[in-house]
Design a protein around this ligand. Structure first.
Ligand code: HQG
Length: 175
């Protein structure tokens, strides 16, 4: 397995399905590093360290003593990764597939299987996220207006903006 494949597998375990390797995450999303290494074939501490240090989206963090590891965001299982709650910039962006556009214009952005709707601080990143779903479509989110109307925003330690729901009235398609 390449490092990238190992990183993807780690994402599956730490965000979605820890049970597939027979481990549990604690309430803050942490997995025990020793146990993880014991349960996953061809995974050692050096490899984990390399993944944490080089992952292109900084998806994972160790605890200060390196005994625990977790994903910084993107979970579908209910864990509290102690996200920073703060005021967002005036605008954020959401990249999606064009095929979802009509439904999004009606319902707004829904979190679907994840704990939050994921938003990017720049168009370029949003476009990359969108391309994962085929022909990309970018929405602009009037995030500061939402915040001023009482919606909460969080930022993960790797810089992804998160919120529970973006009603359609805060979305713009051409900007
Ligand atoms: C769409 C990756 C129809 C939504 C990325 C998205 C991100 C709707 C899809 C992170 C909808 C869910 C998350 C509605 C939302 N009708 N479709 N009303 N509301 N959707 O993968 O944001 O590489 O769960 O637009 O880079 O694509 O894994 O979310 O297209 O940061 O680290 O439902 O995952 O990061 O798809 O991606 P996803 P996402 P990693």
């Amino acid at each position: 397995m390449s490092l990238k494949e190992k990183s993807k597998f780690l994402s599956l375990i730490l965000r979605h399905k820890p049970q597939i390797v027979g481990i549990e995450l604690d309430e803050h999303g942490w997995a025990d590093v020793e146990e993880l290494i014991r349960r996953v074939k061809n995974l050692d501490l050096a490899t984990l360290e390399q993944i944490v240090a080089t992952d292109n989206k900084q998806r994972y963090s160790f605890s200060a003593d390196k005994k625990l590891i977790r994903a910084n965001q993107g979970h579908s299982i209910p864990v509290d990764v102690e996200l920073e709650e703060l005021a967002p910039p005036e605008f954020l962006y959401h990249g999606t597939g064009e095929k979802f556009s009509a439904s999004i214009k009606l319902q707004g952005l829904l979190k679907k299987s994840r704990l939050y709707v994921h938003l990017s601080s720049d168009v370029e990143t949003a476009e990359k996220v969108g391309r994962r779903h085929g022909k990309p479509k970018i929405f602009l989110v009037e995030s500061l207006k939402m915040f001023n109307d009482g919606y909460k925003f969080f930022r993960s330690v790797n810089g992804v903006w998160l919120t529970e729901h973006v009603p359609a009235k805060y979305l713009k398609e051409s900007f």
